[in-house]
Design a protein around this ligand. Structure first.
Ligand code: SF4
Ligand code: FES
Length: 215
């Protein structure tokens, strides 16, 4: 299924919305209900708030489903200095920062906000499509045996994500991994995306045993 990205142009700002990447976290609906109203068509009215207010709420969208381009010369979204991966209990990995994801076709997706599947059930690999709810994925987001390699130096830089074929997410670059009870800093991690690891969020090789397949 191809992504459907729709554009909502206002006087001062253009908002785009990716249907496939929205997992209804509803930061938008709660943040600016006059702009984002799921019961109205079109559901986004970009003129119902100032461009600054809209930009501020869009930056809270954890999946990157919402993006914006300013027409009024105001500040565009900047690339964050720090990278972070937050483990959402019973849900995806929320990745924030200077993100570079190498997709299965070899193309590189750059972004500042994405939600990556960690239950194994998404139909939009590597992005979360809310399938964790359908399969009732459960994981509290606590660390057991932490397996994050230290960062070699203090240099910043992008967070590179590669997809191991039928296997985990290979993460490289300065990052903070934020669990529900603690966080750890490092420069390299191998994170489960099949949902089966006994040492979540890290891969423990279970993907082979359960025959996980991905694009
Ligand atoms: S904040 Fe983003 S993910 Fe959440 S409902 Fe709005 S568009 Fe969808
Ligand atoms: S990807 Fe889940 S255990 Fe390796």
């Amino acid at each position: 299924m191809a992504d459907k990205v729709r554009s909502y142009e206002g006087e001062d700002i253009v908002v785009t919305y990716s249907l496939r990447r929205c997992i209804h976290a509803e930061e938008c609906v709660h943040g600016l209900p006059a702009v984002f109203d799921p019961n109205r068509r079109p559901w986004i009215d970009s003129d119902q708030a100032s461009a600054d207010e809209l930009a501020e709420v869009i930056l809270r969208c954890p999946t990157g489903a919402l993006q914006f381009t300013r027409k009024d010369g105001g500040a565009e979204e900047s690339i964050p200095d720090q990278n972070a991966i937050t483990i959402n209990p019973d849900g995806p990995l929320y990745v924030y920062g200077n993100i570079e994801i190498t997709l299965p076709d070899g193309s590189v997706h750059t972004d500042t906000r994405v939600a990556l599947c960690r239950c194994g059930a998404t139909k939009n690999q590597p992005f979360c499509d809310n399938s964790h709810k359908d399969i009732e994925f459960k994981d509290p987001g606590r660390f057991q045996r932490v397996q994050v390699r230290p960062q070699k130096d203090d240099a910043g830089g992008p967070l590179k994500v590669r997809l191991s074929r039928n296997g985990p997410l290979l993460i490289q670059g300065p990052l903070e991994l934020v669990g529900s009870e603690e966080s750890v800093r490092g420069g390299q991690a191998v994170l489960c995306r099949c949902g089966g690891s006994a040492n979540k969020p890290f891969c423990d090789g279970t993907h082979n045993k359960i025959g996980f397949t991905s694009e």
